[in-house]
Design a protein around this ligand. Structure first.
Ligand SMILES: Nc1ncnc2c1ncn2[C@@H]1O[C@H](COP(=O)(O)OP(=O)(O)OP(=O)(O)O)[C@@H](O)[C@H]1O
Length: 759
């Protein structure tokens, strides 16, 4: 079959790029039409590339052509990180098929932003070029329709001279027409890539903004956001463009070929209308479950892939546990879920295919049968039969878009649905916290000059001008279950007064830091940081909904969340050390400075041809820190945290390793302290940040940050931590039936501790 397509006409090679086994019969029909002189636009078939990608992914089809989507799919697996959520596979089979109106609304919501973005001029120009080329290809197709008629007339009349002339016209037509087809496809694919690039950046921005990624993960809001950004965006842009062109092409085709067909024999037109409308109705009925099945297939395959990524990322823990058998079971369970859904999908596709194949084959003889009596009575020439078959096929193809493309449309609907859902989540995060709490904790960042004159509670030393943190009647709740963890906590932290937070496991110590970082906002009360120097005083709220409170508190307060808290001189060291992908230098500069990563060998030609793909932030100075540390600074800080020896082990600061695997947990915690010392914030919140270190290293690191003038709040269990703190906040596990406060503050007498330990 492929051989026939290749040898019949050059024009058909344009269609092969979207060849797939399912459309083989369709191509077979089309190849006969091409032989009659049809130089048809392949956009209808190009739209099927989406379906092909899905099929190839699941059916392991070996067709090497049109594998763009396969590549993007595999890259999803590599980009999926452990920080991204995939809730356990659940029973989604009762998922409803989205309504057409809702689907259109979602499509517009996802598709529109690009065409009104900064890149709109370029985008619209390219789109116009693609449409113009599509128009040209349709014109060429019409020309070939007439050429085909004359060609076959010459053949039937045994007119050799005319035949040779028509043959030359034909060849000339191919030579002139092919560039239009190739350029149209190239322009369409380039535009799809540009659109995808813009959308990828746009979605990543939304995803990383306001800690949305954290909320999605910690509250299990949607499955596989990574797959939506990688696979679904790629499929969406490519298919949306192909479908638009297909529709446009169909409309132009319809106008061009209707005239021809109507001119030949009007009743043929009526036959065609009845046939295509009936076919569309039946295929919609037979394939209505496909949208849901496609949606679920996307999810289940992403779940399975994510399971494998988890094994890769937690290789050591799994190996220590010897958990291979369990992992195998879990992975097989996920695969089985994908397999079962795919089986359903194949059955539904098969049923639909019974109908669509018959639908395609029947029309082979229909137009010829209708006009043949006219030929026999001598009213029309032989070539006109071919012309009518060609025109009939064109128009039927236009009227039968839904029949031919039903599976591709259903897969595309699933993509629209998934992206629309993602978009809704990102937007709801923008306007409001994802949790539906009405009352929220008010988090503000203010200038050191602008603190209010209210009296502190007296529990901690109260020198006003040095106040760094003020917590006022803070009640903290968990995001989903709304369980109260801390009630009515008030305290003040002044410069160089170090607070230790202690309490039983699960009492809410880390959650308190989460509230200070703005990650959790369920509850009530105020947290105010006074950390900003200079004339410009700034403050930020955890959400817009509390802006009124901030306004009334201080005229110097800003109403937005800080882009990066560390720029506000507050640094957080999380309980689990985080190593970024990259060099040792990048580990140390994170998150205060970034360094451009050169990923391709040809650094002079990165994706920079797209202006919007460059970072909006300066790579030199992300967080307003004036000077970026030099190599000497980095080496010195490594020595300060007793990590000088790793430099010789890894040769230089610029070698890349899987740092979370090659460094011990204690070494990773020391890297985190090195970041802190480089950044030199006013205040740091340390969540069991020395838990993996020996006492000597712990003491050394605390002395280093104290010497650097950084005020710290630590969460920890060890009594050795008393040595480095002035005050201790004890939090006890909240009794849900009690309305009492569950905290107390004690002063630590470091001198007596010192005497005790000496004795
Ligand atoms: N995303 C979440 N949604 C709902 N509840 C949560 C979430 N994360 C933690 N919790 C619950 O909040 C409570 C406090 O957790 P937190 O991590 O603050 O404890 P902790 O005092 O730091 O414990 P540990 O000393 O063991 O680290 C726990 O009962 C925990 O199960």
């Amino acid at each position: 079959m492929k051989m026939i397509i290749h040898t019949q006409a050059q024009s058909q090679s344009l269609c092969i790029s979207s060849y797939n086994p399912k459309s083989e019969q369709q191509l077979h029909i089309r190849s006969q039409v091409y032989l009659l002189g049809k130089f048809r636009s392949p956009s209808l078939l190009a739209a099927m590339s989406f379906r092909n990608a899905r099929r190839r992914r699941s059916l392991k089809n070996s067709n090497p052509i049109s594998n763009k989507n396969i590549r993007s799919c595999s890259s999803a697996a590599t980009t999926t990180g452990s920080s991204l959520i995939t809730p356990e596979p659940d029973n989604d089979n009762d998922r409803k098929t989205p309504e057409l109106k809702a689907l259109f609304r979602r499509f517009w919501k996802v598709a529109a932003p690009y065409w009104f973005s900064d890149d709109k001029v370029q985008a619209r120009l390219q789109l116009a070029a693609v449409f113009a080329l599509t128009l040209a290809t349709t014109g060429i197709s019409v020309g070939f329709n007439f050429l085909g008629r004359d060609f076959y007339n010459a053949l039937a009349n045994k007119d050799q001279e005319q035949f040779t002339k028509q043959l030359l016209y034909y060849l000339g037509g191919f030579a002139g027409g092919i560039p239009f087809f190739v350029l149209r496809d190239y322009a369409r694919d380039t535009l799809a890539l540009r659109w995808r690039s813009w959308m990828t950046k746009y979605y990543m921005q939304q995803y990383l903004k306001n800690q949305t990624f954290y909320k999605i993960q910690s509250q299990s809001i949607i499955d596989n956001p990574d797959q939506r950004i990688v696979d679904d965006l790629s499929a969406f842009t490519g298919t949306a463009l192909s479908f638009s062109l297909t529709l446009f092409n169909a409309a132009v085709d319809l106008i061009s070929f209707s005239n021809i067909l109507y001119g030949i024999y009007p009743p043929l037109f009526v036959v065609l209308l009845v046939y295509s409308i009936g076919g569309t109705a039946i295929s919609v009925f037979l394939g209505k479950g496909l949208v849901t099945l496609n949606f679920l297939q996307e999810k289940k395959e992403a779940d399975f892939r994510y399971g494998l990524v988890r094994v890769r990322e937690n290789a050591e823990s799994i190996a220590f546990y010897g958990g291979e058998e369990n992992e195998m079971q879990l992975l097989l369970q996920r695969f089985k879920s994908a397999f079962e859904n795919l089986t359903q999908l194949l059955i539904s596709s098969r049923n639909l295919e019974f109908f669509t194949s018959g639908y395609r084959y029947l029309i082979q003889i229909l137009p010829a049968a209708v006009v043949a009596p006219m030929y026999f009575s001598g009213k029309i020439e032989f070539g006109v039969i071919n012309q009518s078959v060609s025109a009939f096929n064109h128009i039927l193809g236009d009227f039968s878009l839904i029949v031919y493309q039903f599976q591709a449309i259903s897969a595309f609907s699933a993509v629209i649905d998934r992206l629309g859902e993602f978009d809704d989540v990102l937007n709801s995060s923008k306007s409001k916290d994802l949790s539906d709490s009405i009352e929220e904790i008010c988090l503000t960042y203010c200038s050191t000059k602008s603190f209010p004159l209210s009296e502190p509670n007296g529990a901690v030393s109260t020198e006003k001008s040095q106040k760094l943190l003020d917590m006022d009647n803070l009640t903290l709740q968990t995001p989903t279950s709304k369980a109260t963890l801390v009630r009515d906590l008030s305290l003040v932290i002044n410069k160089k007064e170090h607070l230790l937070v202690m309490g039983p496991s699960g009492s809410g110590k880390t959650s308190l830091l989460r509230a200070m970082a703005g990650l959790w906002s369920n509850g009530r009360g105020k947290i105010t940081f006074y950390v900003k120097d200079g004339e410009d005083s700034e403050a930020h709220t955890s959400s817009d909904s509390v802006s009124g409170q901030v306004n009334s508190q201080s005229m110097d307060c800003e109403l937005k969340r800080p882009a990066n808290r560390n720029s506000r001189e507050v640094f957080f060291l999380p309980q689990r050390p985080y190593m970024v992908l990259g060099t040792l230098r990048q580990q140390l500069l994170y998150p205060t400075w970034t360094e451009e990563v050169v990923t391709t060998s040809d650094s002079t030609k990165p994706a920079g041809s797209l202006p919007f793909l460059t970072s909006a932030q300066s790579t030199e100075n992300v967080n307003g820190k004036s000077t970026r540390p030099t190599t000497d600074d980095l080496i010195k800080v490594l020595e300060d945290v007793c990590l000088g020896y790793i430099l010789s082990r890894f040769n230089s600061l610029d070698t890349t390793h899987e740092w979370s695997s090659v460094l011990s947990l204690g070494e990773q915690q020391r890297v985190a302290f090195a970041r802190l010392l480089l950044s030199k914030p006013k205040m740091v919140l340390l969540d069991e940040s020395t838990s993996a270190l020996d006492e000597a290293n712990e003491a050394h690191l605390y002395r280093q940050i104290e010497a650097a003038g950084i005020t710290y709040i630590s969460v920890g269990h060890r009594r050795t931590l008393y040595d480095f703190h002035d005050t201790v906040l004890h939090i006890s596990t909240m009794d849900p039936t009690s309305s009492q406060c569950n905290w107390k503050i004690e002063l630590i007498d470091r001198d007596s501790l010192y005497t005790l330990s000496k004795r």
